[in-house]
Design a protein around this ligand. Structure first.
Ligand code: UGA
Length: 448
């Protein structure tokens, strides 16, 4: 057993790899385990299996302090603090699937005294059940708040670190606090159930904000208001705040859809009907489909029409396509008989697997050639700097549906495009809008 080794990470997905490499960067010796031997082999060879800004550099820089293994015994030998980062995907019932967490717990049952630090998102009550099952184990809930695309930065500069422990596990919680303290975020010490709820409530609230602004955008379209102005005017109220008020074609990813549903089901399982979340989910599902009406308004029947999807990932700076709006759109477009093409700067491999029926193009330019419409699905920075004036001539119909209000409507209209955003009036102002906010955020992430 190495003298320096002190942190174990179980599950080397997005959260696990970021957690492991950031702790290594902070000077800890980290042993990270995953059951996926191919992934571990790749990491040992220096190949990082995810597209996440900054992560490849961190792994490379900290090779000495990072050990990747498929044997849980290595982690148990090396580390006292074990960060559980396995995924908890949704089941058919909408509850969280805890089978991977349970597998970790059963592996630890013969592992002696450790502190299990739960970073996986689990329903409230999970920690207490694990603690009852394993008396030897200290248990701390420490939910993760990082966002894909800016995960390293979110880890290194947290708004807050939530540490939940029940009576008897205070010293374990102190040890967890110790490793997070250098990061400087406010430390929230609480009980396990409250920590579990903080995570679910935070994601559900952010999703609610998005569905709320999406509905406001839909009403703006009816009354001739501009949602970018509305969001700006609302967001300056400190009680509301400007973040997560960008309307679009729905939220996706591996977290919001799953966690909102899991919280709704968690409440439902106790007999409480969480009405608001039912609406949040429905608004999001409908939002992904509203684009169809906009296309039909300009093109009539979509049968045989060529539609280009610009961006396939659920958001920029990631190749993650889980619950991406592109998946719903491609299926709806096919349902109407359209021919679908797509381009994404980094998500080609997952797109090949998840969208086998669309034509994948090597560039935005080739996706747009001969197209009857373009739908901007993901706000990749490169789409803002395309030569739209030149591209107009290559399209069969110069129609753009800007699903993220990312492009400059004035410039596109001047170039002869029919432009449709989300909740933007025809004369959308070109300053202070969400396009600039989104572009600034994308540029900030790129420069990290
Ligand atoms: C989300 C949370 O933001 C993290 O705090 C949390 O740790 C993470 O889930 C998790 O539970 O692991 P993430 O899914 O990576 O992070 O992505 P977000 O940046 O939150 O975006 C989620 C979706 O909402 C994307 O599809 C994005 O396009 C959409 N979105 C976001 C909007 O439509 N409008 C906005 O204003 C913001």
């Amino acid at each position: 057993m190495s003298e320096q080794a002190n942190i174990g990470v179980i599950g080397v997905g997005w959260v696990g790899l970021v957690t492991a490499s950031c702790f290594a960067e902070l000077g800890h010796q980290v042993t990270a385990v995953d059951i996926d031997a191919a992934k571990i082999d790749a990491l040992r060879a220096g190949d990082v299996p995810i597209h996440e800004p900054g992560i490849a550099d961190l792994v490379e820089r900290n090779r000495e302090r990072l050990r990747f293994t498929t044997a849980i015994a290595d982690v148990l030998d090396d580390a006292l603090l074990l960060f559980c980062c396995v995924d908890t995907p949704p089941t058919y019932s909408g509850d969280a699937d805890l089978s991977r967490v349970q597998a970790v717990v059963s592996e630890l049952s013969s592992g002696g005294e450790h502190v299990l630090v739960m970073k996986s998102t689990v329903p409230a009550g999970t920690g207490a059940a694990i603690r009852r099952e394993m008396a030897d184990l200290a248990y701390v809930s420490c939910p993760e708040f990082l966002k894909e695309g800016s995960a390293v930065d979110d880890f290194m500069r947290p708004d807050r670190v939530v540490i939940g422990a029940d009576p008897g596990d205070d010293s374990a919680a102190d040890e967890v606090e110790e490793v997070y303290r250098p990061l400087g975020g406010e430390i929230v010490r609480t009980d396990v159930a409250s920590a579990e709820m903080i995570k679910l409530a935070a994601n559900a609230f952010l999703a609610t904000k998005i569905s709320f602004i999406n509905e406001i955008a839909n009403v703006c379209e009816e009354v001739g208001a501009d949602v970018t102005e509305v969001a700006r005017g609302m967001g300056l109220d400190k009680r509301i705040g400007s973040s997560f008020l960008r309307p679009g074609i729905g939220y996706g990813g591996s977290c919001f859809p799953k966690d909102v549903s899991a919280l709704k089901m968690l409440a439902g399982n106790t007999g409480y009907h969480f009405q608001l979340l039912t609406s949040v989910i429905e608004v999001n599902e409908l939002q992904k489909r509203r684009v169809m009406k906009k296309l039909e308004k300009h093109l009539g029947s979509l049968a045989g029409k060529k539609v280009a999807l610009l961006g396939l990932a659920f958001k920029p700076n990631t190749d993650d396509m889980r619950e991406a709006s592109s998946l719903v759109l491609a299926a709806r477009l096919h349902g109407e008989g359209a021919k679908v093409r797509g381009y994404d700067p980094v998500a080609e491999a997952p797109a090949r697997e998840l969208l086998p029926s669309i034509e994948l193009c090597a560039s935005a330019e080739s996706a747009l050639e001969g197209a009857d419409a373009a739908i901007l699905v993901t706000e990749w920075p490169e789409f803002a700097t395309l030569d739209w004036e030149a591209l107009r001539a290559t399209m069969a119909t110069p129609l753009i549906i800007d699903g993220r209000n990312f492009l400059d409507p004035g410039r596109l209209r001047d170039a002869g495009f029919a432009y449709e955003g989300i909740g933007r009036s025809d004369g959308a102002r070109e300053t202070g809008d969400t396009r600039e906010q989104a572009q600034a955020e994308a540029a900030k992430t790129r420069s990290r």
